[in-house]
Design a binder for this molecule. Sequence first.
Ligand code: HEC
Length: 110
Amino acid sequence: MRKPVALLSVLVLAPLGTWAGTVPPPRPAQLGLCAACHGADGHARIPGAPNLAGQSSAYLLQALRAYRSGQRDVAVMRAAAGPLTARDMQALARWYSAQSPCKPPQAGSP
Ligand code: HEC
């Protein structure tokens, strides 16, 4: 008697998980363009590149649009955002937003 109930709760709860954004977004096809500097997980790999993990996806999307239009005039990011379609930018913003944020440096760590 218990199994049908468990199955039912999966069927009911799975779409809720999607709705709440708890299901990780698919890995974007263009992630390789960004990973060298920002990491595939949004933890920056080079000095000067910001961590993107856990940042609001609306903010990331807006930043990408601003680089592409030249409103934020940074050559490396303008070049990186140039070939992206609107869909790519949404996928990347969602991906980075869903990554676990970087831990702040521990007080007293070397
Ligand atoms: C060559 C290194 C490099 C590559 C490749 C690169 N970025 Fe960046 N990115 C940077 C740097 C440096 C900055 C900081 C620019 C600034 O000062 O505004 C930045 C800033 C950003 C920001 C703004 C973050 C904030 O906090 O405002 C976003 C979003 C971003 N990058 C996304 C991407 C995405 C998505 C890709 C791949 C399509 C990508 N970047 C590729 C170096 C890079």
